[in-house]
Design a protein around this ligand. Structure first.
Ligand SMILES: Cc1cc2nc3c(=O)[nH]c(=O)nc-3n(C[C@H](O)[C@H](O)[C@H](O)COP(=O)(O)OP(=O)(O)OC[C@H]3O[C@@H](n4cnc5c(N)ncnc54)[C@H](O)[C@@H]3O)c2cc1C
Length: 212
């Protein structure tokens, strides 16, 4: 769809989404919203988003992503949201989750997780919010305690997109005992979903964004 653009790189992104929207979003978005509970991740649909290059859009090219600019990425999400809001969320959150790995992960983590996240093979989650840490995100009560080369993490997150289905998450917490009670200090730890003790729950009867 032709819209006001601040840069010439935006219109090709809108055109790409328009083509995808006609073919892949329009025929299914109402049905996806009205599936019976439990409304889990629509895997086939997610794979189509990945195959179109949307999931890896902003991830670096050297790790299998599209290497697109922040403006192109924002345009992608805006345009997908015009077609269907849950589709924009399905596309944005994996990229949000991979962002800390791109910027702060080590080379092994980048090679292991980014290409498979970009291709849709692995589903990432961004685990920040807690019952008492929403807008006030610094009020984390999840605590990681060093245990030899590992951490033992205790805590409960909620509203985490794909928390029930993810393959790994970037989990925000405090490192005890040093960071306990210090608002400024929040750490992020990569957690594989098959780590013993990791448990996800599917949120039922959501008010909206049911396909995401
Ligand atoms: C569809 C969806 C997907 C999400 N996915 C994720 C995810 O993948 N990962 C993740 O970590 N989180 C996720 N979240 C959680 C989201 O980040 C939180 O909902 C958000 O941070 C707000 O926190 P809260 O819901 O606890 O609301 P609260 O922080 O309790 O806010 C409730 C209301 O109070 C207002 N308010 C809060 N503080 C103040 C203040 N000091 N002064 C005045 N007003 C105030 C807010 O504006 C809001 O209207 C998701 C949420 C939604 C809705």
């Amino acid at each position: 769809m032709q819209r006001y653009n601040v840069h010439e790189s935006q219109q090709p992104v809108r055109d790409l989404v328009a083509e995808f929207g006609e073919k892949e979003i329009k025929p299914v978005f109402i049905d996806l919203d009205r599936r019976p509970e439990p409304q889990v991740l629509p895997k086939e649909y997610y794979r189509k988003l990945a195959k179109a290059g949307f999931i890896g859009f902003s991830m670096p090219k050297e790790y299998g992503g599209g290497g697109r600019s922040a403006l192109e990425y924002a345009t992608l999400i805006e345009e997908l949201a015009w077609w269907d809001a849950p589709t924009s969320l399905l596309t944005a959150v994996p990229q949000l989750a991979v962002y800390p790995i791109i910027h702060f992960g080590n080379e092994d983590q980048k090679k292991k997780y980014i290409p498979k996240a970009a291709s849709g093979e692995l589903l990432p989650a961004f685990a920040l919010t807690e019952e008492n840490a929403g807008s006030d995100a610094a009020n984390q009560s999840t605590m990681a305690l060093p245990d030899g080369p590992n951490f033992v993490i205790n805590g409960k997150k909620h509203f985490i997109m794909h928390g029930d289905y993810c393959d790994f998450c970037v989990l925000f917490c405090k490192i005890g005992p040093e960071e306990e009670g210090k608002r400024a200090k929040i750490s992020a730890i990569m957690v594989d979903a098959n780590t013993p003790g990791f448990k996800g729950e599917t949120l039922l009867y959501k008010m909206g964004m049911r396909a995401a």
